[in-house]
Design a protein around this ligand. Structure first.
Ligand SMILES: [Zn+2]
Length: 279
């Protein structure tokens, strides 16, 4: 039996009864901070923080050729602080502890913001002083250590969001994220597979299948996040049914305008899950 739920920034939707699980944005990548809610998985952006990077550009992760991880940089949609910034790391863990005292925590944007990050002086120095000969191994250790520390701070389950690339080794190369290394500290991985309208859906099924395959030896649940914005209910029901073999939970990114559609979708997929009773 699969589980269904929503991801939302809307407080009223978060308190409404939609399904089995609710993910709520507490800290977003734009730097917005909201009061966490009880009884939900509060989502915290790790180093994605446009507001901090705008105010203190020198804290952004940087490539060897000096490109900073800001929203203006090619391929970046938000600013990203360097994951070895010690003050930021300490404040982030404090925040995770405060939010984690209320229950489950979902971490978003855990990791370096791309394969060529970070080459700030501190990262170069820490890598040189480390036991690692390969930079990717060092980056992976930095992220794994952080997730291990975060897990200590959370009373409920710890969920980690993965960039939607299941190709073996790619997450490690991109972000310093190795699902196998994180598995001892994490209860669940969340993979966003979002699109405007889902004009085609084969890629959603392919990526979900890829993750299910990559993660199958780990004792972890897999949640797939879909967007509901402007998608009709029939399409979302069909897409959900394509994914059910690969995921334990489906959450729908939900704005107030999509609420009725999502309610309808969850009702229909649940009905389809329940075998008809024969008298
Ligand atoms: Zn750095």
């Amino acid at each position: 039996m699969d589980m269904y739920g929503i991801l939302t920034a809307d407080r009223d939707l978060a308190r409404a009864d939609f399904g089995d699980v609710t993910h709520v944005f507490a800290d977003s990548v734009d730097g917005t901070r909201r009061e966490p809610l009880a009884g939900v998985a509060n989502s915290i952006a790790c180093w994605g923080d446009t507001a901090t990077v705008r105010d203190e550009p020198e804290r952004a992760a940087v490539t060897a050729d000096g490109t900073r991880a800001t929203p203006d940089a090619d391929g970046h949609h938000w600013g990203t602080v360097c994951p070895t910034d010690p003050d930021y790391r300490a404040a982030l863990l404090e925040r995770i502890e405060r939010v984690g005292a209320m229950g489950d925590v979902r971490l978003t944007t855990p990791g370096f913001p791309g394969a060529s990050f970070c080459h700030c002086e501190r990262c170069d120095r820490e890598f040189a002083a480390s036991d690692h000969e390969e930079r990717d191994a060092w980056r992976t250790a930095v992220i794994t250590d952080f997730i291990a520390a975060a897990a200590e701070c959370v009373e409920g389950d710890l969920l980690a969001t993965l960039y939607p690339d299941p190709y073996p080794g790619n997450l490690r190369e991109r972000a310093g994220v190795d699902p196998g290394s994180l598995a001892p500290f994490v209860d669940e991985f969340v993979v966003p597979l979002c699109d405007v309208g889902y004009g085609t859906t084969y890629w959603v099924e392919s990526l979900a299948r890829g993750f299910a395959h990559e993660l199958e030896d780990l004792e972890l649940d897999l949640t797939i996040q879909l967007s509901a914005d402007g998608v009709d209910a029939d399409r979302l029901v069909g897409l959900t049914q394509q994914l059910e073999a690969h995921a334990d939970t489906i959450v729908y990114g939900t704005y107030p305008d999509d609420a009725e559609t999502v309610r309808d979708v969850i009702r229909r997929v649940r009905e389809a899950d329940t075998p008809a009773l024969t008298v």
